[in-house]
Design a protein. Structure first.
Length: 222
């Protein structure tokens, strides 16, 4: 089964040199957008970035915004990339509620909690991706950061001689093995997204809520 296009994804378009465009060019862009994005369920949320000092920005930014909105694309104009990124991320997260970060998942160690929040964010990107290419890229970023995070936890456990280290490390190994299997399915374009979401949500809520909470309690007791 090929990966079905579903859910929301986002893009940031930055105008770098000049926003000036002829009426004919704007009309052509509007027609292209309407032909390119035809399904409201999978259309991307789009942030348009026009720097305040960009030529023609004040005059034409509203016109570009209207073209995207008329094509059924949720859009917004920003003056800087960071604000655009925050907006796109917030829009995407609305469609990944099952793995949305909550302070109730904190284990009490600031470094581990910060890394867990980043893992939630990267996992949400995997779920939100709507193409095999995009999902492969997001899965790779999740996998890479997961390795860094798990190594960090294991270093702490060894340094503190954590009594339950063997069980904890075994779960880490099982997780990495499962992520490898998922990566193969993504590469073969036969991953069912619902299965991916179920796996990620289950691991995050179960492993963090049990093993990592126990580790956090042990760290605070030392």
């Amino acid at each position: 089964m090929r990966l079905a296009k579903q859910g929301k994804w986002g893009q940031i378009l930055t105008v770098q040199h000049s926003a000036l465009a002829t009426p004919a060019a704007l009309e052509e862009l509007g027609a292209y957008l309407k032909s390119r994005y035809v399904d409201p369920q999978t259309n991307p949320v789009t942030a348009l970035v026009f720097a305040p000092d960009l030529e023609g920005a004040e005059l034409l930014a509203p016109k570009f915004l209207k073209l995207y909105q008329d094509a059924g694309i949720e859009s917004c104009v920003f003056a800087e990339h960071s604000a655009a990124l925050d907006w796109v991320e917030s829009c995407i997260s609305q469609f990944s509620a099952r793995i949305e970060w909550s302070d109730s998942y904190k284990v009490g160690d600031p470094a581990i909690d910060e890394q867990h929040q980043e893992l939630f964010k990267r996992a949400a990107y995997v779920i939100a991706a709507t193409s095999p290419e995009g999902q492969a890229l997001c899965a790779m970023r999740l996998y890479q950061y997961m390795r860094v995070h798990l190594s960090h936890e294991e270093e702490i456990m060894r340094a503190l001689q954590y009594p339950d280290i063997d069980t904890h490390v075994q779960q880490h190994q099982e997780l990495i093995s499962r992520l490898n299997e998922i990566s193969v399915k993504i590469a073969n374009e036969n991953l069912v997204k619902a299965d991916l979401e179920e796996f990620i949500a289950h691991w995050f809520l179960t492993h963090i809520g049990t093993q990592d909470v126990k580790l956090g309690q042990y760290i605070r007791s030392q």
